[in-house]
Design a protein around this ligand. Structure first.
Ligand SMILES: [Mg+2]
Length: 397
C-alpha cells in the first residue's frame, strides 16, 4: 500500500487530516480546535509522506518527526501519526489498540472539563455551582476538572497577585508572579466550596496556571492536602510554554503530598525524560494531538509506569476524532492510567457526521471500547460534505 495524498480541511472548529492510500482506504487525524491556522503547516508534510507505505507507521514517522516542536507545532505531525495508525488498522482489519499491543481494559475512564457552562464570576459560590452542574451531568462523570488561579478569571480580582495583568480573562502564559495572601486565601476558599459539593463521590482535579512561583505552588499544595485533590496541573509551566522545567517542578512535588501534574504542551517522549526519571511530577498529561501521536503517548505511559508516575492524558480540544484516538490508545495503557480529558464535538453537528461512536458516548464516566478497524469511526460523507468550506470542497472526493 502507498500513500498518494495528504489533505487537510476545516470541519466546524477542528482541522481534519486525511491520508489517502492507493488501496481505496483513508486514515483520519484530528487537530485541536484552537489551531485552525495550522492547515498550511500540515500540508507541508505531504511531499515527505507521499509514496511511503502507511502501514510502516514508524518508518513514515522517522521522516516527519523532526518537523514538529512543542505545542502548537507538534500538532501536524501528531495528526498524521494518528491517521497512519487509522490506515494501518483498516489495512489489517483490526482496531488500532490491537496494533499497540492489545487492550488491557474494555472501557476507559474519562474526566470532564469540556461539558459545562462557562463561568462569568469567580467567587466560591460560583465554583460550587459550576461543579454542581458537572456532577449532575447525564454522563455520570467520576472526575471533573476546574480551572483556578491563573487558569481562570479569578486572577482578575483586585489584589490577586503582585504582577501585571496582561491576558484579560483568558488563561495562558502572560500572567505570572507572586500571589498575595488574599489571592491565595480566595483560591483555597473556592476549592473548599467545590469539595463541599463533590465530597468524596467525585474526584476533583485543578488546572492552576501556568504562572505560579515555586513558593506559592508549595503553599497551595500543602493547603489543599486535607482535601485529597486528584492533581494540581501546570502550576509553573504548561499550556503553550515551550519548555519543561523539570527540576523546578521536582521541588514542588517533593514538598507536598498533593499530586503535581504537567505535560500537555510537550512534544515527544524525549522531553518527558527529566520529568519521569527525576520523579518531578506525580502525573504526566501528554496530549496525543501535540506529543507526536498515540504510539508516542503509549511509550510515555509505559516509561512513566516504570518510575511510579501516573498518566492522565490531555484532550479537551481534540474533537470527536480525537476522542476516538484517545479511546484506542488509553485502552492499551498500563494501570498508571487515571482517565483522559474528554473532548466533544464542536459544533454539535459533529455528532451527526461521524458514524461509529457509542450512543451515549459516556456512561457512568466511562467509554466502552469499540472493535471496528482503525479508529473505528467514519464520516457520513453525505452529511459531512455540506459543512466543508468552499476551498476544501474536494476533501472527501
Ligand atoms: Mg491544562
Amino acid at each position: 500500500m502507498k500513500i498518494v495524498d495528504l489533505r487537510c480541511a476545516l470541519l466546524g472548529e477542528n482541522l481534519v487530516v486525511r491520508v489517502v492510500s492507493d488501496a481505496g482506504l483513508s486514515g483520519w487525524g484530528p487537530v485541536e480546535h484552537t489551531k485552525p491556522y495550522l492547515k498550511s503547516f500540515v500540508l507541508l508534510l505531504r511531499e515527505e509522506i507521499v509514496g511511503e507505505d502507511p502501514t510502516n507507521v514508524e518508518r513514515v514517522m522517522l521522516k516527519i518527526r523532526p518537523r514538529g516542536a512543542f505545542k502548537p507545532w507538534g500538532a501536524a505531525v501528531s495528526a498524521v501519526e494518528i491517521a497512519l495508525w487509522d490506515l494501518a488498522g483498516k489495512a489489517a482489519g483490526v482496531p488500532i489498540y490491537k496494533l499497540l499491543g492489545g487492550k488491557v481494559r474494555d472501557r476507559v475512564r474519562v474526566y470532564n472539563g469540556a461539558i459545562r457552562a462557562p463561568m462569568t464570576r469567580f467567587e466560591p459560590e460560583d465554583y460550587a455551582d459550576s461543579v454542581r452542574a458537572m456532577k449532575a451531568a447525564p454522563q455520570g462523570f467520576t472526575i471533573v476538572k476546574q480551572g483556578i488561579g491563573f487558569h481562570s478569571g479569578m486572577k482578575l480580582r483586585p489584589g490577586f497577585h503582585y504582577g501585571e495583568k496582561r491576558a484579560g480573562a483568558f488563561h495562558g502564559w502572560l500572567d505570572r508572579g507572586l500571589m498575595t495572601e488574599r489571592g491565595l486565601k480566595h483560591l483555597v476558599a473556592c476549592v473548599a466550596a467545590m469539595k463541599e459539593v463533590l465530597g468524596d463521590e467525585i474526584g476533583l482535579a485543578l488546572d492552576c496556571g501556568p504562572g505560579m512561583v515555586v513558593s506559592d505552588a508549595i503553599r497551595l499544595g500543602r493547603a489543599l492536602e486535607p482535601m485529597n485533590i486528584l492533581w494540581l496541573e501546570d502550576m509553573l509551566s504548561g499550556d503553550y510554554i515551550p519548555f519543561v522545567n523539570a527540576d523546578v517542578y521536582r521541588e514542588v512535588t517533593r514538598a507536598t503530598s498533593t499530586p503535581v501534574h504537567t505535560g500537555e504542551q510537550i512534544y515527544l517522549r524525549q522531553n518527558f525524560k527529566q520529568l519521569i526519571e527525576g520523579h518531578a511530577v506525580r502525573v504526566v498529561g501528554p496530549d496525543p494531538c501535540d506529543v507526536g501521536g498515540i504510539a508516542e503517548l503509549k511509550w510515555i505511559a509505559e516509561y512513566a509506569d516504570l518510575h511510579g508516575v501516573l498518566i492522565a492524558p490531555h484532550g479537551i480540544a481534540n474533537g470527536l476524532l480525537g476522542l476516538a484516538a484517545l479511546v484506542q490508545v488509553c485502552a492499551t495503557l498500563p494501570d498508571n492510567y487515571i482517565a483522559f480529558e474528554l473532548p466533544w464535538g464542536r459544533p454539535d453537528w459533529w455528532h451527526d457526521i461521524l458514524v461509529g461512536l457509542p450512543a451515549p458516548i459516556v456512561e457512568d464516566g466511562f467509554i466502552e471500547v469499540w472493535d471496528r478497524p482503525g479508529l473505528g469511526v467514519e464520516f457520513d460523507v453525505g452529511k459531512a460534505q455540506r459543512y466543508l468550506p468552499e476551498e476544501d470542497a474536494g476533501f472527501f472526493d
